[in-house]
Ligand binder design. Structure first.
Ligand SMILES: Cc1cc2nc3c(=O)[nH]c(=O)nc-3n(C[C@H](O)[C@H](O)[C@H](O)COP(=O)(O)OP(=O)(O)OC[C@H]3O[C@@H](n4cnc5c(N)ncnc54)[C@H](O)[C@@H]3O)c2cc1C
Length: 272
């Protein structure tokens, strides 16, 4: 939709072009959310499209995903065969049930910064030990685990004027075996629960998203027993943390979280 309050658009090509941040500014990535509803508080959009960040950088340390990398590009990534977590990329991208137009415009950074409970990039990045690189308006940089970045529905750890530059996934996490489960109330609905399990040399981790207000990550020294996992879920996710909106009631989300978690435990226990 037209955003009738916008009076200026910035098109920076490098960091030095970024304008001084003002009230009423917003970073524009794919625009799939920004242009989907009225934004009465906004006056200026700062379009990141021309920053020219390489969408994906594969190195010995792991994978760097630019904030501006689209979901379509991420889903099509050709990753080293040793990175057994590769199937998780397509699974998480497909969990955002948009048309090809949305897929080709929506970005990884936009999805994380939206911080919707059903944001599948949070599931991917928290599940694979992702670390955010954030540019500060003073010209500096800070890093934090993605697990600490998403704080709640449409709330992140970004301060005014900060820009998410990239997400780094370490090679060690990318080598892990993964399991993925997702459910929606309707066939084309938003995720009501989306869980990711990973299995490393001996460690097991479970990331719960969509059913909860923010991602919840649990780590175990090995594959836990069914009772141990259920007890850990009960302890880690108080009832008030289960999300409530038209995509699912909290008691249904809680039920599905336990059920899908057990399926993941079972799948990865068999692989171990
Ligand atoms: C049909 C449809 C289905 C959708 N389904 C889902 C879904 O299942 N799950 C879901 O999570 N979302 C969904 N969305 C919402 C939205 O499309 C996605 O969250 C998308 O990934 C947002 O990315 P974008 O690049 O388009 O962000 P934009 O719309 O450009 O920006 C979103 C917000 O993030 C900020 N932002 C963007 N990039 C940065 C950055 N690098 N640093 C700091 N701030 C930044 C913007 O200022 C804005 O506030 C859906 C939207 C549509 C239209």
């Amino acid at each position: 939709m037209d955003l009738t309050t916008i009076t200026a658009i910035g098109r920076p090509r490098e960091r030095g072009d970024l304008p001084q941040w003002q009230a009423g500014d917003a970073w524009l990535a794919g625009g799939t959310w920004l242009f989907s509803e009225p934004q009465p508080g906004l006056r200026r959009l700062i379009d990141l499209a021309d920053m020219g960040w390489p969408p994906l950088e594969i190195g010995a340390e792991g994978l760097r995903i630019a904030a501006t990398c689209t979901l379509a590009r991420l889903a099509a990534a050709e990753l080293p065969p040793a990175w057994r977590a590769a199937p998780l990329f397509g699974q998480c991208c497909r969990a955002l049930l948009g048309s090809f137009k949305i897929w080709n415009a929506a970005t990884v950074g936009g999805n994380l910064c939206m911080a919707l409970p059903a944001g599948p990039m949070a599931a991917l990045a928290v599940g694979l030990d992702g670390v955010c690189t954030i540019w500060t308006p003073e010209g500096g940089e800070r890093r934090m685990p993605v697990a600490d970045f998403v704080l709640g529905p449409q709330t992140t750890a970004l301060r005014a004027g900060e820009l998410l530059r990239a997400i780094d996934l370490p090679a060690e996490a990318l080598r892990r075996r993964t399991a993925f489960r997702q459910i929606s109330l309707t066939p084309l609905g938003r995720s009501g629960a989306l869980l990711v399990g990973t299995l490393g040399a001996g460690d097991f981790a479970l990331t719960v998203t969509a059913s909860t207000r923010r991602p919840v990550r649990m780590d175990f020294p090995g594959v836990p027993g069914a009772g141990e996992l259920a007890a850990a879920l009960t302890a880690a996710i108080p009832d008030a943390v289960y999300y409530d909106d038209l995509h699912g009631a909290p008691d249904w989300r809680r039920h599905m979280t336990f059920r899908l978690a057990e399926q993941i435990r079972d799948e990865l226990a068999a692989a171990a």
